[in-house]
Design a protein around this ligand. Sequence first.
Ligand code: NAD
Length: 485
Amino acid sequence: MKYPAIQNYVGGQPANDSGTATMDVFSPLTGALISTVPLSGAAALDAAVQAAKAAYPAWSATPIKERVQIFYRYKTLLERDMKALADLVREENGKTYDEARAEVEKAIELTEFACSMPQLIQGEFLEVSKGVEARVERKPLGVVASIAPFNFPNMVPHWTIPNAIVLGNTMVLKPSEQVPLSAVKIAELLKEAGLPDGVLNIVNGDKQIVEAICDHPDIQAVSFVGSTKIAKVVYIRATSNLKRCVALGGAKNHLMVLPDAHPEMTASNVAASMSGCAGQRCMAGSTMVGVGAIDGIVAKIVEEAKKIVPGQNLGSVISKEAKERIEQHITEAEAAGAKVLLDGRNAVVPGHEDGYYVGATVIDYVTPDMRIAQEEVFGPVLAIMRTSTLDEALAIENANPYGNAAAVFTASGSSARYVMDHANAGMIGVNIGVPVPREPFSFGGWNDSKFGACDITGKSSIEFWTQLKKTTTKWNPESRVNWMS
Ligand code: NAD
C-alpha cells in the first residue's frame, strides 16, 4: 500500500481503533489499493467527543482574535503544501491535478473568510432605558460534528472546520470512508499551525458512525454533506435528538439555454459544467434545457466535449460501481429513445486500464419522463431536453425535487432576470455554468438539496455555529464608590 493504514485522530494524536473492521481504499485513477480505513463505532466516537469536550472550555475562552491567528498560520501552511495536498486529493478522488489544486485554493479562501470573523461577529449594545443596558454576544455551541462526502475530500471539510472552530466550537470530523487521506493531512497541518489538541478530532467509518454522531448526547450540532437520501435520514435523526442540523443533499441542476445565448461562451461553459470533476459535483450542470432553435449551440457543445479526454483533462469517477451506474444511465436513455451524440461508455486510459473512467457524454432529445432526466447521474454526462418556450424550460426545472442550482444562458437581461425571479433553486447562474457563490456569500441549495435553516458557508454559517447570549445590565447609582487614595 502506498499510504499507511488510516487511523482516527483524537486529542491531537493518531488513535488506533484496534479490533475494528477496516475497508480498503482504492485510487480511482488506477484501481490500486492505496490504504485502509477503520470502520469505527460508538466507542471510538465517544473517545473523540470526550477529547473535544475536554478541549472546549479553554478553546472557547480563548479570545477570537487569538483563535484566528492559528488560522492565519494554517493558511500559509496550506499554501506551502499546496502540491502535496492536491496530489493527495487527486490520488484518492481521481480528479485532474488542476481540479485538485482548485479544491485546495478554495480551502484557502474558506480559511481566509474564517480569519475575518472578528470583523463579522461583533455584538450589539444599546441603553434600552435609563441606566439599563442590553448587549448581545455570539457564543459557540460546544462540541459539533461535520460529516463529509467523497467528492471534495479537502474542500468540503473546509466548509465547516475553519468557521466552526474559529467561532469557538470544538469538532469531530467524519470524512467519507472512500477518501479518508486528505483529512489526516488537514489535522496535521492544523496542529503544526498551533491548534490545541482535542479541538479537531477525526473518526472514520460509514453508516454506523454517522448514526452514533446523530445520537451522541454531547454533540450539539451536526453538519452533513452527501446524497439526499442520507441527508434526510441524518437531518431527521439529529434533530429528533434535539441537535441543530444542516444537511446538504444531492442535486439535479438545469442549464437553460436560449437561442440568443453567445454560442462559444455557452458551449464551453456547458461542457465544463457537466464534465468538471468528472461530473461529480453537486453544482454540475447535468441537464440542459434548450429553448427554441439551438441546434448550432448543441453542435458546439459536442465539439467542446470532444476535447475532454479521460486521463488528460478528465479525471476518473470514484469507483467501479459508479462507472457501472453512470454507463447504465446512458444505456437506458438510449434505449428509451434519446440520441447519444457523444458516447463516453467503455473509456480506457492507456496505462491505467484498471482505473474508473467514463468519457464525456452528450445525450440529446431526453424527455422529462426518462430516468436520466430525473435522477442525479453524478458522472460526465449532459442530458439535453428541448422546449419551445422559456416558461416550459422553467417548468421542467421547477418540477424537479432538488434545488441546488439553475443557470440561464442568454444575451437578454430581462430573460435572465425572469429566470432569477422564477427558478426554484438556491444558487442561480447567469451565463455561468457552475454558480458557486464565493466567500463571503454563503453556499446552500433549496428543496431536497438542503435540509435546515442556514447555509453551510459564509455569513449564514455564523448563525449555525453560534448562539446568542443576551445580557441586560443595571447598576444602582447609589452603590458607586468614589475611590479615595
Ligand atoms: P453519501 O450520502 O453516500 O455519503 C455522505 C456521507 O454519509 C459519508 O460520510 C458516508 O459515510 C455517510 N453515509 C453513507 N451511507 C450512510 C447511511 N446509510 N447512513 C448514514 N450515513 C451514511 O454521499 P457521497 O456519495 O459521499 O457524495 C455524493 C453526494 O453528495 C451527491 O449526491 C452529491 O450531490 C452530494 N453533495 C452535495 C453537496 C451540496 O452542497 N449539496 C456537496 C457535495 C456533495
